[in-house]
Design a protein around this ligand. Sequence first.
Ligand code: ZN
Ligand code: MN
Length: 258
Amino acid sequence: MQFNTAFASELTWPDYDAAVRDGTTPILIPIGAMEQHGHHMPLHVDVLLPTEFARRVAAQIGALVAPPFTYGYKSHQKSGGGNHLPGTTSLDGATLVAALKDVVKEFTRHGVRKICLVNGHFENSWFIVEAIDLALRELRWDGVTDLKVVVLSYWDFVHKEAICELYPGGFPGWDVEHGGVLETSLMLALHPQFVHLDRAVDHPPATFPPYDVYPVKREWTPAPGTLSSPREASVEKGHILLDVCTRGIIDALRGEFG
Ligand code: ZN
Ligand code: MN
């Protein structure tokens, strides 16, 4: 079924019902966070990026995009700067698991049998897995055994060749790519009005000891909140990332959903 929007919530209920009732239309659920992204980007980067990937993919595979999860699990110091930072607004793990489980079960009640979680915030990862596991278990008790769920994080589709092209000076690793080249380039390509490159702070990639301390030691997080520098970010890199990740996700979902 083709509509002039990829967003499920923009449809009337009869149109939505007609699209999902027989279970063939996949639903893509973007899941992000409200989290500081340095001095140069807004708090909803982790929501905007997976939502746009989902929108692009949905248009190609005939899927619908669910309203995104705009709050996520707590920012970890070594991947998001830490949950102590201003602006970062997070859910307890149990809250996120319960809400996501509810939503997955609701879409299933509508008839949906193909769901993809499009993650944009690293710390959500295991809570997504837990929510899906609980949803599948409860649905099984209700006799529903044909729901298939794909879980992915968009950055995992950036392959080696692209990494070499994007990081000629050496790849710092996805864990410290918080507010760095990846997210800043994508935001420059998609939402330049939200990026203030003149306020970006250049600093070496954050280094941490191989353990965590709680309460966090604030001095471990670079002062601007980013974990690597956005200095080498560019619109061109944003388009490379968009292209590589969108194509990768489309291939994966065509393979899994047919
Ligand atoms: Zn982020
Ligand atoms: Mn994040």
